[in-house]
Design a binder for this molecule. Structure first.
Ligand code: F6P
Length: 319
């Protein structure tokens, strides 16, 4: 193996730059050349490749976003798109690839291996923390800290006015962000996509707090009642209780990564390079406990990552 490539794909996540830097540095130490693919799978199909060196990755470890850009690429769902991508990799003499992203990225990577024999390992880069086979994903720690800071500020105004707030956090189909920040911010209720939200039970919880008191409810965006807006509307329709809605949105995806994310991203970057050199392919390089884990890519989406029971228990015990 002489030349490897790295790219970021799907939603960006804080720590991706630390990860790219680690791949570049570790590969350089192992005598490998590193190519950065610009713009995720779209860039792979179009052949937007650049050489990554120390100078290019210097002073990026603390930066949010991704210097390699990213995309969600519909063309990659088509066999023709994947044929073009594999041809580009071959034409550029790339012997192995590190794909940093979430389950969409890993579906693409798995197809590149099974259909075209491209040696590829995935690394978990998503704020959602929704990938089985790793305790945490790159970007999650930063996202929950960003969300918690914003929620603390909303609590101040909620407290001053004695208002009920529904605050929506990201996480697509997963409630990790919602539960962690709900506990960290002392929320009165947390609604997540993994469990059904009972509007009557929620009303009772709000009443028990006092309708004129500050109440903060954290809602995971994938909650089946339609996110924060949906729950707020249903509560008003059924019980005539007014509320404010705040959707935190993409603010959770940006910003300088936390130390935890920088260290995780760096460790997994170095481990991904070594994994390719050791002959691994079609696996995600994650971290379980203190150890680096190697999980078949397919398992990261066929197996649903469970929310730890203690999170759900604490979020109702401590209200
Ligand atoms: O997967 C990360 C994530 O931020 C999800 O939490 C969210 O549902 C989704 O991406 C939003 O994606 P986009 O910014 O592409 O609309």
């Amino acid at each position: 193996m002489k030349r490897i490539a790295v790219f970021t794909s799907g939603g960006d996540a804080p720590g991706m730059n630390a990860h790219i830097r680690a791949v570049e540095r570790a590969a350089d130490k192992r005598g490998l050349e590193v190519i950065g693919i610009i713009g995720g799978y779209s860039g792979m199909i179009a052949g937007h490749f650049e050489i990554l060196d120390r100078a290019r990755t210097a002073n990026t470890i603390d930066r949010g976003g991704t210097i390699l850009k990213t995309s969600r690429c519909p063309d990659f769902f088509e066999p023709d798109g994947r044929i073009m991508a594999a041809e580009q990799l071959r034409a550029h003499g790339i012997d192995g690839v590190v794909a940093c992203g979430g389950d969409g990225t890993f579906h693409g990577a798995h197809a590149l291996w099974t259909e075209h024999g491209v040696r590829i390992v995935g690394t978990p880069g998503t704020i959602d923390n929704d990938l089985a086979g790793t305790d945490f994903t790159i970007g999650y720690d930063t996202a929950i800290n960003t969300a918690a800071q914003a929620i603390d500020k909303i609590r101040d105004t909620a407290e001053s006015h004695g208002r009920l707030f529904f605050i929506e956090v990201m996480g697509r189909h997963a409630g990790f962000i919602a539960l962690d920040v709900g506990i960290a911010c002392g929320a009165e209720y947390v609604a997540v996509p993994e469990t059904l939200t009972d509007i009557d039970e929620l009303y009772q919880r709000i009443v028990s707090q006092g309708l004129d008191k500050r109440t903060v409810v954290i809602v995971g965006e994938g909650d089946e009642l339609g996110g924060a807006l949906g729950i707020s509307q249903k509560l008003e329709e059924r019980y005539g209780v007014p509320s404010k809605v705040s959707i935190l949105g993409h603010v959770q995806r940006g910003g300088s990564p936390t130390v935890r994310d920088r260290v995780l991203a760096s460790r997994l970057g170095a481990a991904a390079v070594d994994a390719l050199l050791q002959g691994h392919t079609d696996v995600m390089i994650g971290q379980m406990g203190n150890d680096v884990s190697y999980v078949p890519l397919e398992q990261t989406w066929t197996e649903r990552k469970p929310i730890p029971a203690y999170l759900s228990e604490l979020s109702t015990l401590l209200v």
